[in-house]
Design a protein around this ligand. Structure first.
Ligand code: PLP
Ligand code: COI
Length: 341
């Protein structure tokens, strides 16, 4: 398949672009309809829709990759489908069955095949599935109707500079509460992160890191990515917490570090006042891929990891292996890559 879309693929950032088709399915009278593709990128909903007032919505993020041979692969859509089911349960919305979710993603990628960036440009096709509660309503109660939609955009790096180390601050705010919705991918968590993000940006940081909401002593995650570190004795460590998003990239990196790089791995507490134990650190996620963290500033003290300008050697290996798997250059674990034919 050749691209006919005319874009400077290697200059793409992470911005909305209207592509040709999106999938839309409606839940009415207790069941999902079959869903269909449409070229209309607008949704018309009641002003009373619970997604507008009470945040009854959730979303996902996953990517499709063009291989060297021109094939198109989607990375672990089953994992996003499973996570969206959990988000729907948490917000008391009807679940999108795994098969329906994967089928919708495949339909959207197929219909927008021209928008899947060419191999070698570093760009990918980002898929954004979402479920919103709609219909006439005003009391705090769940919607009676829902929309499940999936659209896609070609994207480059989420954080400017891609694989250049970034500087982060630590926020005084929380993005989620203990036993709140931090582990679900729901819009409210992101709304809560907008102001702290802007404060961090104004001070010249790429973003801020959130600490655990109960004690403010342990690293949780970044506003749009999980956190990992490499210890002095070469262990891959990443926070364990009920209030962070269970990142599919993070779990993939735990596997890659252990099975491909032969490292020890651990999900455990990472204390903000013990950053000295880490020689490298990074933010990981679908959009962020792996963004090396050059420094973290906490209470006025800047802690520098490997370097402010160069990517650490383990972070580099993790990146090369994961991205190699995603673009089909490195053999993937069984079931990770789904081909769109
Ligand atoms: N944490 C947050 C808050 C996110 O928004 C994301 C992005 O999806 C992640 C972590 C990384 O999750 P994943 O690797 O599944 O994209
Ligand atoms: C993702 O990586 O898919 C995200 O959701 C991050 C952000 C764009 C919200």
């Amino acid at each position: 398949m050749k691209n006919t879309v005319n874009i400077e693929w290697d200059k793409l950032g992470f911005s909305y672009i209207k592509t040709d088709y999106r999938y839309v399915s409606y839940w009415k009278e207790d069941s999902w309809d079959n869903g269909k593709l449409t070229s209309d990128n607008t949704l018309t909903i009641s002003e009373g829709s619970p997604c507008l007032h009470y945040g009854q919505q959730c979303f996902e993020g996953l990517k499709a990759y063009r291989t060297r041979e021109g094939k198109i692969l989607i990375f672990r859509p089953d994992q996003n489908a499973k996570r969206m089911i959990k988000s729907c349960q948490r917000l008391f919305m009807p679940e999108v069955p795994e098969a329906k979710f994967i089928d919708a993603c495949i339909q959207v990628v197929k219909a927008n095949a021209d928008w899947v960036p060419p191999y070698g440009t570093g760009a990918t096709l980002y898929l954004r599935p979402l479920v919103i509660g709609v219909g006439d309503n005003i009391g705090v109660s769940p919607a009676k109707e829902y929309i499940f939609t999936v659209f896609c955009i070609p994207v480059g790096p989420y954080f400017k500079g891609g694989m250049t180390p970034l500087n982060f601050s630590v926020s005084d705010y929380d993005r989620a509460a203990p036993k709140g919705t931090g582990a679900a991918k729901v819009g409210g968590n992101y709304a809560a992160s907008l102001y702290p993000h802007e404060l961090a940006r104004k001070e010249g940081y790429a973003d801020c890191i959130y600490l655990d909401p109960a004690t403010h002593t342990k690293i949780e995650e970044v506003g749009a990515a999980n956190f990992f570190g490499i210890t002095k004795d070469n262990k891959f460590v990443t926070p364990i917490s009920d209030s962070i998003l269970p990142s599919i990239t993070k779990y993939s990196l735990l596997y890659v570090a252990k099975e491909y790089l032969g490292m020890e791995t651990e999900e455990r507490d990472i204390y903000i006042d013990k950053l000295d134990e880490l020689v490298e650190a990074g933010a990981c996620g679908t959009a962020a891929v792996i963004s090396p963290i050059g420094s973290i500033t906490y209470k006025g003290k800047k802690h520098v990891f490997h370097s402010l300008t160069e990517v650490g050697p383990i972070t580099r290996k993790l990146y090369d292996t994961l991205v190699g798997i995603q673009f089909g250059d490195v053999k993937a674990p069984e079931g990770w890559m789904v081909e769109v034919k």
